[in-house]
Design a protein around this ligand. Sequence first.
Ligand code: TRH
Length: 355
Amino acid sequence: MTLASPVQHWVVFCKVVDNFGDIGVCWRLSAQLAKRGKQVTLFVDDARPLEWMAPQGCDGVVVLPWPDTQALFTHEHPVHVVIEAFGCELPQGYQAAMAAWVNPPVWINLEYFSAEPVAVRNHGLPSPVMSGPAKGLTKWFFYPGLVHQSGGMLGPGETGTDDEASSFLHAPESDHPLNISVFCYEPASLGLWLKELSRLPHPVRLSLTAGRAVQAVRWALTQMAPLPRLEIHELPFLSQVEFDQLLSGQDFNLVRGEDSLARAIWAGKAFLWHIYPQDDGAHWPKLQAFLSATLAPEVVVQAHLAWNADQPTPLPPLTAQNLTEWRDWAARIKQDLQAQTDLVSRLESFVATHG
Ligand code: TRH
């Protein structure tokens, strides 16, 4: 007789610093864990973005508000794994509760994605807790990344990777517009780039995502003479499923932060990454590491340096030739990741050997 193994209970803690990446990643992670049969509790300090990001919810995921720091924690089901996302500190009361459980959970500190060698070196290392209510427990560093030795990337999930062929690249000489999705912060080169787009020999259709991207483009357009050759669509906030579909249907995707970068890779189209800018400049080596780890061709490197620059800097033109080289680069990254296990599988293996 075989006994069914008990359902594992995973708890994810998420604090929304700003923007949507923290909750975006934690939601996808929670949903993907639930799809693999885990029972997931997601504690988040601001669940409002989930109203548009995941209006359908997900069976197996319970979303709860961030708990009071001194709350007494009793879960109905024992907890196997606790994920502290992006250095959000667990409530003191929760730490004390974990230390008191007969079988403490595997405690994982999920870090931000990085292709830097230092992140790969630190991936999987222990961090023993020497003081405070969780004294005696161990946290484990988990770094998402591009290589086998890292924590990997969140997989495509439900939306899959069946990208539609790029209509523009299929027939670049036709009147088919170049479709571009825009999800960015406020790039200094935005105005210059819009002007460049309007000078291309073919029509361009921009789909502007809600929030900072649409605001940035609107503002840039007020600073220049009208660009009648650009067709502009302003989108409402989309669910993650719709967002992923949007990216799959474009010829070129502008993405930012962490989660949409992964989605642009799965979409398999040429993309340009606006990395989350940090005051201490830590984003520059991170960007360089990504470009060199993915063997980015010169046109892609130049575009990324210009798009992320502090001063307006011209980007290489979006010619069919450049776009083809660009798309091939993106396709290679996708193929590379498809040949590896995804982040959730690596988490499961990690837990299996550290639990
Ligand atoms: O919103 P972001 O800029 O998040 C950032 C980064 O993750 C950064 O690394 C982190 O430090 C900072 O937050 C605090 O970009 P990101 O990571 O791409 O997250 C956006 C999420 O929003 C992603 O899950 C897709 C989702 N989204 C939708 O689902 N629908 C939409 O209409 C839009 C515009 C976004």
